[in-house]
Design a protein around this ligand. Structure first.
Ligand SMILES: [Zn+2]
Length: 54
């Protein structure tokens, strides 16, 4: 099951949330480290194939 990575803005803790939970609780995520709800989804945590042009 895919997961989303979130980053806490308070303590910079990164944690993963499984897709089904993230979908439902997207706006209610809480940092497991400090308990802050000031967390942002880290889009760069999703693996994306990068095309290099050179
Ligand atoms: Zn935190």
């Amino acid at each position: 099951m895919p997961s989303y990575q979130f980053v806490c803005q308070e303590c910079a803790n990164r944690f993963d949330v499984v897709e089904s939970v993230a979908e439902r609780e997207r706006h209610r995520q809480q940092c497991p480290g400090c308990g802050s709800r000031d967390v942002h989804q880290n889009l760069s945590g999703i693996q994306v194939r990068t095309a290099r042009k050179s």
